[in-house]
Design a protein around this ligand. Structure first.
Ligand SMILES: Cc1cc2nc3c(=O)[nH]c(=O)nc-3n(C[C@H](O)[C@H](O)[C@H](O)COP(=O)(O)O)c2cc1C
Length: 200
């Protein structure tokens, strides 16, 4: 990726720069093998007490499971995600049983840890030549009921997985011009030595 918006200040592995969130997808079929490889990466994320609070509910386009996941997306996200190859709804377990505890307790890091799993999953998606696009523009309550998510789990986010298309013509015009990798804040604006205080 050579775009000026994606110049790292320090020499990170290119995978971090190459991962971005397109909306123009080809609509091609993704194999269950690829999709489960993507989810496998999420499985290896770190979590407090190794509680592994993440859960992934997935559907590939054209399968019976697709409609229920797709129906949870808002109209904006449906407009482009209709050409995704798979959807994933990510939920997290609110409670876990720490070592030595007699029963499950509220897990204060279930959201933090599940976010890490999403990050791993997104990077593996890029490594396989696909793209992952996270979404909170979906109906979490509908997802809870239609996907059978029980009490004690929080519906966190949805993800569209697709193969990027050079053809943006089916996107709304406003989205066509936004179909490019985005920049980031400078390192000095997000990192400070020893004490909170950031430039810019
Ligand atoms: C949790 C989360 C929710 C998001 N929700 C949406 C969404 O509902 N619709 C959408 O088009 N993009 C959504 N995005 C994509 C972000 O806008 C995008 O990741 C951000 O602008 C950074 O761009 P990049 O992923 O291309 O680097 C979401 C991303 C994340 C991580």
């Amino acid at each position: 990726m050579t775009e000026q918006t994606r110049q790292p200040e320090y020499p990170v592995n290119p995978i971090f720069i190459d991962r971005w969130s397109p909306r123009a997808f080809t609509g091609e079929t993704i194999s269950e093998q690829d999709l489960l490889t993507i989810i496998e990466a999420g499985r290896w994320a770190p979590s407090a007490f190794n509680a592994q609070p993440w859960r992934f509910i997935y559907a590939r386009a054209g399968t019976p499971a697709w409609d229920a996941l797709f129906a949870t997306l808002n109209a904006f996200n449906q407009s482009w995600a209709q050409r995704a190859s798979a959807l994933i709804v990510i939920v997290s377990a609110n409670r876990s049983q720490p070592p030595g505890a007699a029963e499950p307790k509220p897990n204060g890091t279930h959201e933090f840890d599940t976010g890490a799993a999403w990050g791993y999953l997104a990077l593996q998606t890029t490594l396989l030549g696909w793209h992952a696009h996270g979404m909170t523009g979906f109906d979490k309550e509908l997802a809870r009921t239609s996907l059978g998510v029980p009490e004690g789990y929080t519906v966190q986010a949805a993800v569209a997985i697709g193969r990027r298309s050079e053809d943006k013509s089916f996107l709304a015009e406003a989205l066509q011009s936004r179909e490019a990798p985005s920049p980031r804040l400078p390192v000095k604006a997000i990192a400070a030595e020893g004490r909170f205080g950031f430039e810019g």
